[in-house]
Structures are given as structure tokens and as C-alpha cells.
Design a protein around this ligand. Structure first.
Ligand code: GDP
Ligand code: MG
Length: 341
């Protein structure tokens, strides 16, 4: 049986076709293809040097992403399951390419050099790096995506992260414990929620900050005040990696990673249907709003019963999107609508 979000998405795509909005239609079709793909993409985002790349390494217990103050992540790095370790750079043929174009070239590279090669001269037009490693966490289609820091002055990097955000099923927003969430980070978080509402805030580097619990408490207040329903999980990648080397269970627990991994399993891997409903509701709702706005203006200028009827059909579509967001019982009542032409 088709999931209830598929009906809602197809109806909204139909409305975009009727109202001649190929831009919105393309965006929704992209979301449709992504949601039907069994892979579960978890995007790691945040400002530079917050510990995003090290978080991915610590989640996987593998040094797959380049880390360090002198190293900049320049393109997204997709880390997924492979029976044997492998890596590749994916390039577009044209300088104007984006990650949405079909990649024209995959160049295999040694796994220990992939992140370094991304920033070298001959890596022009590279749109992403792909790394495959055998890990239980990645077994059922989970893909961890390390991204360039947002807020980087080289805006192409920031743009690349936002483009990848459209493909995310869930997001880990990284902010280190050396300070509470800044207003720039809160702005980023809200922007992220508009594209993907399934966000967990990971507070990193707690080993560096004895008073990290205060930072977490202040962050909780900031999120509550902003009405952002995101969970907060404090971790230390440094402790986790040290624990893995020495087999120290107590240190592993102290690193916060058992809780983060449980959260990834429970709230992301085991909740794929809920994530899909929420994500589809966000993009469909945004598309309907963009269809209704010019019609409302038209109605104000010339009172027309035909325009009023179209608006009311779109409002009905919005109601079904709201039901989808509310839960599976409401979602089952979805019906197919014919769009007025
Ligand atoms: N002490 C400590 N340092 C960390 C931790 N996570 C990352 N770092 C350091 O913070 C710096 C930036 O980390 P990186 O993962 O490259 O940040 P990114 O730019 O957000 O990807 C590096 O020097 C890391 O070694 C952590 O949990 N504890
Ligand atoms: Mg990085």
C-alpha cells in the first residue's frame, strides 16, 4: 500500500502543474524521488570548526572525514555502507553543475586520501565525495553526510550545504559546548527546519568545557523560546575515539555516544515513516502557500468566484497536509482530488 504522504505529495504536484509552477513542481518531484529511495540521509550541519567531521568519524569509529583547524571541508562527503572500504570523487562535467545534475564522472581514490584530494586543483567541479565502509550503523541504508561549514565566507560552500539539505531525511545540527547557540546558529537552525524538520542538536566537545551542562540548559531554553522542537544531545568525539582505542566502556558512556546512537536508531532509523510525513508536510505546505499567495492578491484586486473556489480547493489541500503532519490516523483519510483547471 502506498504511504499516505505519497497521495498528498502527488496532489500537491498536480496543483503545481495546474497553476503552472514548474519550479515548485521540480522541487516536489525531487522530494518524491528522495522519499521513495530506501536510503536514509542524515546530514551533519553547523558552522565551521564545531566538530562536524570529527562527529561523523566518532559515530563510525573510523577516520573517514578530514578534521582539523587547517582543513576545510569543501564539498559534502557521503558516508555509506560498503562490504569493502572504498572512496570516490563525483564530478560534474560543467563548471555550472550542481549536486542535482546526474554526475558524469566517478573517480575512485584511495580512502585515506579522499578528503585531501577534494581541495586540490585537479578536483575542480567535484560536487561530492563518496566513502563506503562496512559498519553495522550503515547496514540498513543510513547515509551520514558531512558538510562544509555554513557561514563560510566562500559562499559556494554554504550554497553546497543548503543544496544538500534538500535531500536530507534528518539533520544533526552541530554546535560546540564552548558557548551557547548564537543568534546566527538559531537562524541557521530555523532555515534548516524549513527544508527538513527532523533535527537533533548535538552539542560537541564537552570534554573541553567543565560547565557544559549549563550550556546545554541554556540551549534548551533558547530552543524552547524559539519554538524549535529539537532534542539536544551532549557528546565528546575525543572521548569516544579514545574509548574505542582502549576499549574503555566507562569512557564510551561518558562520551555521550551510546545515547546519540540510540537516538539515531530510535528517532531516525526506526521512525522513517514519521520523518517522511513531517518532511513532505513541510515542502507541500510551503508549495501550497506559494500557490495561494498570488491568488489572494488577485482576489483582492478583482472579486472572482472562480478564484475564490480555487483558493478554497487549495485550502482543502492544506488541511490534508496538516492532517498528514498530525499523524497516521489522520493521514489515512487522504482522498484524491481533481484540481480545477
Ligand atoms: N577536545 C575536542 N576537540 C574536538 C572534538 N570534536 C572536534 N574537535 C576538534 O575541533 C576542531 C574542528 O573539528 P572538525 O571536526 O574539523 O570541525 P568541522 O569544521 O565542524 O568539521 C578539530 O581540531 C578537532 O580535533 C571533541 O569532541 N573534543
Ligand atoms: Mg569538517
Amino acid at each position: 500500500m502506498a504511504p499516505p504522504w505519497l497521495d498528498v505529495l502527488d496532489e500537491t504536484i498536480g496543483a503545481c502543474v495546474t497553476h503552472r509552477r514548474p519550479d515548485l513542481e521540480a522541487r516536489l518531484r525531487e522530494k518524491r524521488a528522495q522519499q521513495l529511495d530506501p536510503k536514509l540521509r542524515v546530514l551533519v550541519v553547523g558552522e565551521s570548526k564545531q566538530g562536524k567531521s570529527q562527529l561523523v568519524n566518532a559515530l563510525l569509529n573510523a577516520p573517514v572525514c578530514a578534521v582539523g583547524d587547517d582543513i576545510t571541508t569543501t564539498v559534502p562527503t557521503f558516508v555509506q555502507h560498503a562490504d569493502t572500504p572504498s572512496a570516490a570523487l563525483v564530478r560534474n562535467a560543467s563548471a555550472r553543475g550542481s549536486i542535482f545534475h546526474t554526475p558524469t564522472e566517478r573517480i575512485a581514490v584511495p580512502i585515506d586520501q579522499v578528503t585531501k584530494q577534494v581541495s586540490t586543483a585537479h578536483s575542480q567541479h567535484v560536487v561530492r565525495a563518496e566513502i563506503g565502509i562496512p559498519r553495522a550503523l550503515l547496514d540498513n541504508g543510513l547515509v551520514l553526510i558531512d558538510t562544509p561549514g555554513v557561514g563560510d565566507t566562500r559562499s559556494a560552500h554554504t550554497a553546497s550545504t543548503f543544496a544538500t539539505l534538500m535531500q536530507a531525511d534528518a539533520v544533526l545540527m552541530v554546535s560546540d559546548a564552548t558557548g551557547e547557540l548564537t543568534s546566527a546558529e538559531m537562524t541557521l537552525l530555523k532555515k534548516v527546519m524549513e527544508a527538513c524538520p527532523n533535527v537533533t542538536v548535538v552539542v560537541t566537545k564537552i570534554d573541553l568545557v567543565p560547565s557544559w551542562r549549563n550550556v546545554v540548559e541554556r540551549n534548551k531554553v533558547l530552543l524552547a523560546r524559539a519554538g524549535v522542537p529539537a532534542k539536544l544531545i551532549p557528546v565528546s568525539s575525543a572521548l569516544r575515539l579514545r574509548a574505542a582505542k582502549t576499549g574503555d566502556q566507562r569512557l564510551n558512556t561518558e562520551s555521550g555516544f551510546p545515547e546519540l546512537l540510540a537516538c539515531v536508531q530510535r528517532d531516525i532509523v526506526a521512525s522513517a515513516d514519521l520523518l517522511a510525513r513531517r518532511a513532505v508536510a513541510v515542502v507541500a505546505s510551503s508549495a501550497i502557500t506559494q500557490l495561494v499567495t498570488p491568488l489572494r492578491e488577485e482576489l483582492t484586486a478583482h472579486d472572482s468566484s472562480r478564484t475564490a473556489a480555487t483558493i478554497s480547493t487549495l485550502q482543502e489541500a492544506q488541511r490534508r497536509v496538516d492532517e498528514l503532519r498530525a499523524g497516521p490516523r489522520a493521514g489515512r483519510t487522504c482522498s484524491t482530488t481533481r484540481w480545477p483547471t
